[in-house]
Write a protein that binds this ligand. Structure first.
Ligand code: NAP
Length: 246
């Protein structure tokens, strides 16, 4: 059994680095044309595209800030206009600005809410307009185990990731009858720029699989959720954490 996403158009937000870059490569290797979204890291987004096209896949890099609804609307209009359809949306773009609540800066609180939560809502809104016309589509939201179990110093980040779970479940109920499946993944500790400053060694003991996750560990599960292999799964949160949250 293989995952075949040939002729599908997938938009992956925050795909210039880390988990998003791995998801973009994974979906492209399954045959999808992938829109590699970025906000600041243009060179890295172009590298992701070059890696995909160099392996025989199809991709393009597009800049938009998921937190800016006008930019999101314009981007999805352009993508749908050029390709005629949007089949997959992976809401991956995210930021974490860790601080104990009483030390949290209002600017950082706003950025996490605007990017992680409102950004995913804006993208889902604009992508689902096209998916509804097609009567098919997949939306995958990248949440976190922190949104399920909490973590000191990450209360605002956790709120955005928990919010994404409620959003996923509600949207799955709204869009299921229209043929659109909505799920979330909840990664644990994954080795990316976001976790670069964490002392991984001290956390290893708590992970039954005794290793930090890789972006590919997450990307494979996202590909499964985009494929016909998961055609009867919606409104779910798949935890990808080596057993950390168990
Ligand atoms: P990362 O390496 O820091 O990459 C973040 C990505 O998000 C970058 O491509 C960045 O693009 C993009 N981005 C940030 N703000 C954006 C905006 N306003 N508009 C568009 N793109 C934006 O992070 P990561 O570790 O791969 O995390 C990816 C997702 O997984 C996030 O939602 C994160 O919360 C979640 N997650 C990560 C872990 C982990 O352990 N790493 C665990 C659980 C959940 P530019 O560089 O171009 O700005």
């Amino acid at each position: 059994m293989i995952i075949d996403l040939a002729s599908q158009v997938a938009v992956v937000t925050g795909a210039s680095r880390g988990i998003g870059a791995a998801v973009a490569s994974s979906l492209a290797s399954c045959g999808a044309h992938v829109v590699v979204n970025y906000r600041e890291s243009r060179d890295r987004a172009e590298e992701v595209v070059a890696g995909i096209t160099g392996s025989g896949g199809s991709a393009e890099a597009i800049r938009f800030d998921v937190a800016d609804e006008e930019q999101v609307k314009q981007a999805f209009q352009d993508i749908a206009g050029r390709h005629g359809h949007i089949d997959i949306l992976v809401n991956n773009a995210g930021v974490s600005k860790d601080a104990l609540l009483l030390r949290a800066r209002s600017k950082d609180i706003g950025e996490m809410m605007d990017t992680n939560l409102k950004g995913s809502i804006f993208c889902s809104f604009h992508a689902s307009r096209y998916m509804l016309r097609q009567k098919s589509g997949r939306i995958i939201n990248v949440s976190s185990i922190v949104g399920m179990g909490g973590n000191p110093g990450q209360s605002v980040y956790a709120a955005t990731k928990a919010g994404l779970i409620g959003f996923t479940k509600s949207l799955a109920k709204e869009l299921g009858p229209k043929g659109i499946l909505v799920n979330a993944v909840a990664p644990g500790l994954i080795e990316t720029d976001m976790t670069r400053d964490i002392d991984m060694g001290s956390l290893m003991e708590g992970i039954p699989l005794r290793r930090i996750g890789t972006p590919d560990d997450v990307a494979r599960v996202v590909a499964f959720l985009c494929s016909s292999l998961s055609s009867y799964i919606t409104g779910q949160v798949l935890v990808i954490d080596g057993g950390l949250y168990t």
